[in-house]
Ligand binder design. Structure first.
Ligand SMILES: C[S@@+](CC[C@H](N)C(=O)[O-])C[C@H]1O[C@@H](n2cnc3c(N)ncnc32)[C@H](O)[C@@H]1O
Length: 271
């Protein structure tokens, strides 16, 4: 497997690569990170910031009034938390392996809601279907063009609807994926958006795209969203979780997660 940052080839399909990668790695990923995620818990990132603490989606007593879509849900732990509190929620993911894992967890926990295989860029829902769409670390790093994603999210949202997501903090692009002090030296330019990719015998096997902070904000406003809040969670003292590039040695110094909450105007001019 070759890994590095090089331009994509014209024959590459990021969608197919990520669909296959997340299906083939679903079991390994969930064995490793499932205990941190919890079967029916909702954390916004490896810092462990809980939806129960910040109520970005809604206070628990208001959840039953909401029709919510999760994109890039993985095993849908976040949707399961919301459904267990009475929200009307639909979870979606690109990878069949993740969809299967999510349905199995629904059966095991007894918390049932629809889990649908879907690319967040072409969602199988009518216009204006949901009042809230969210993802915790799904989709965003895997799509080259955030404007295209945000336009599709805007399409399935009702007027005034909210789009809330967490993703890798753009500052992390400069550093190696190493949670120790050795990972605290800048290795890559913040401004170089050449994607990170892994190739297997020449075939694109995995790809992640860099979105600078301005790219996040400008793509949201281009798609008609109004930004309400930007959150950069700090690493809690004493948290000893190690997750990829996150860990107690480096994460108190380098931001790992970016959360953006946004909404559409009350009346949206739709083309
Ligand atoms: C890191 S997981 C995040 C899910 C979950 N919240 C978690 O923390 O485990 C990323 C997920 O995004 C999904 N994904 C990647 N590209 C996608 C796309 N275009 N549409 C929908 N899901 C996508 C992957 O299949 C994967 O399950």
């Amino acid at each position: 497997m070759d890994a590095g940052r090089t331009p994509l080839r014209t024959t590459d399909s990021p969608l197919e690569a990520n669909r296959t990668w997340w299906t083939n790695h679903a079991g390994e990923y969930l064995a490793q990170h499932g205990p941190t995620l919890g079967d029916s818990d909702f954390i916004w990132g490896p810092e462990g910031l809980r939806e129960a603490e910040i109520e970005l989606i809604a206070p628990p007593q208001e959840l039953p009034d909401h029709h919510i879509l999760e994109v890039g849900a993985g095993a849908a732990q976040c949707s399961r938390y919301l459904a267990s509190l009475g929200a009307d929620v639909v979870a979606t993911d690109l990878a069949p392996g993740m969809v299967t894992a999510a349905r199995e967890l629904n059966s095991r926990t007894g918390v049932e809601f629809p889990v649908i295989e879907a690319d967040a860029l072409t969602l199988p829902f009518p216009d204006g279907e949901f009042d809230t769409v969210f993802t915790s670390f799904g989709v965003i790093p895997f799509v080259p063009d955030l404007s295209e994603l945000h336009r599709e999210i805007a399409r399935v949202l009702s007027d005034g609807g909210r789009w809330i997501y967490s993703a890798l903090h753009p500052a992390r692009w400069m550093f190696p994926d190493d949670p120790t002090a050795a990972g605290m030296t800048v290795r890559n330019s913040y401004f170089d958006a050449t994607p990170y990719q892994e190739r297997d015998g020449g075939r694109l096997a995995y790809v992640e795209f860099h979105h600078t902070f301005s790219a996040h904000i400008n793509a949201l406003t281009d798609a008609g969203f109004i930004v309400d809040e930007v959150i950069e969670p700090t690493w809690p003292a004493g948290r000893d979780v190690v997750w990829g590039g996150w860990g107690p040695e480096r994460s108190p110094y380098i931001p790992g997660t970016l959360i953006i909450a946004s909404h559409l105007p009350d009346v949206v001019a739709r083309g």
